[in-house]
Design a binder for this molecule. Structure first.
Ligand code: TRP
Length: 347
């Protein structure tokens, strides 16, 4: 099995998502996953389901395995094509953990302790219960990226600090051991529709919100989708207008409407104008259902045949491993490990 040879000017990109929910939500979709689809044509794209990252907090094994398949099925359902990109599961490429160890030995304890995501997540459970894996989460993420010598990493703003650490670690490795790793460009995806919670429109839509009433799941049934959209919190007044300051609720609905239909927010705002929020919500509910339904059908079809799904992922992992193994061979040699002896086949 050989990797498709990218044209020399074709950038390599890598991105990942954790399989920690029963469904992606609208924020995941508009903020990340939907952006991955066009990039499989313009770049040599590696997309990863980050199950090693998922276990930084406790996971039930059967649930994790199921969610990994659900994540893969949804990614295929929204349009990732295994013939165009490399879609794989992180734990199926053991080089991730191996490089993470080496990079961890190049990371300062204080440096890792300054990562804000760790500080947020660990403060929720307390230092005794936060895992060491949660602490080294950004180091594993750096390994994900550096293994593939990715030129760019399309992620949202919340991942900026992790990307910066990745660059620092690549530069540090190269300075200490000689040029080996590619320093990726930070590429915060611009114009990304940032989606807010429908019940709390100043907070990011998030699966870790206390209530899921304002979180739109891709795999949610139509009845519940309609209910959530129709009961979205809106602002005082009744004029439909783009005003993130004073009308965060309505503006969020316009952002979603625009992102799912391709129509401009101005156009949509003009259509509803002073006819009140009700009509906007009713119509948006239908837009959301029409968006979700075909994706749900395709997701279900992929999940009906887990063996076929697993073999798509196995092919992705084989392709990913070829690249990862080549990087690791260089890294091992540079680091000073014994190389050139194969342990396999000597028994
Ligand atoms: N930390 C990312 C997130 O929570 C997921 C992720 C893991 C990732 N490894 C990655 C993203 C490598 C980009 C590149 O969204």
């Amino acid at each position: 099995m050989t990797a498709p040879t990218p044209a020399p000017d074709r950038r390599r990109i890598l991105s990942g998502i954790q399989p920690t929910a029963d469904s992606f939500h609208l924020g995941n979709y508009l903020g990340a996953v939907s952006r991955w689809v066009p990039m499989q044509d313009s770049a040599d794209a590696f997309y990863m389901i980050a199950d090693l990252h998922a276990i930084t907090v406790e996971q039930d094994p059967a649930v994790l395995r199921h969610r990994t398949r659900v994540a893969a099925a949804q990614l295929l359902a929204v349009g990732l094509d295994p013939a165009k990109c490399t879609l794989f599961v992180q734990s199926q490429v053991p080089e991730h953990a191996e490089l993470a160890w080496i990079l961890g030995c190049l990371t300062g304890f204080g440096e890792a302790g300054r990562m804000t995501q760790f500080k947020d997540k660990s403060s929720k459970v307390g230092a005794e219960r936060a895992s060491v894996g949660l602490f080294t989460y950004p180091v594993l993420q750096a390994a994900d990226i550096l293994l593939y010598r990715a030129n760019a990493v399309p992620v949202g703003e919340d991942q900026r600090q992790h990307l910066e650490l990745t660059r620092v670690l690549a530069q540090r490795f190269n300075a200490r051991y000689g040029p080996t790793l590619t320093v990726p460009e930070p590429e915060m995806v611009k114009g990304i529709a940032k989606i807010f919670d429908l019940q709390n429109p100043t907070a990011k839509m998030s699966k870790s919100a206390d209530s899921q009433a304002g979180v739109i799941d891709l795999l949610e049934d139509p009845k519940s989708l309609r209910k959530k959209v129709r009961s979205a919190v809106t602002d005082s007044g009744h004029e439909v207008a783009i005003d993130p300051e004073n009308k965060p609720g309505v503006t969020n609905l316009l952002v979603i409407y625009s992102a799912l239909t391709g129509r401009s927010m101005e156009d949509i705002a003009a259509q509803y104008g002073d006819s009140g929020y009700g009509g906007l919500k009713v119509d948006l509910a239908e837009v959301v259902v029409e968006w979700a339904t075909p994706i749900q059908e395709r997701t279900r079809a992929y999940l009906e045949d887990p063996a076929a799904l697993d073999s798509v992922l196995a092919a992705g992992a084989r392709r990913a491993r070829e690249v990862a193994a080549a990087t690791m061979a260089d890294v091992r040699e540079r680091t000073g490990f014994l190389v050139g002896t194969s342990l396999m086949g000597t028994a």
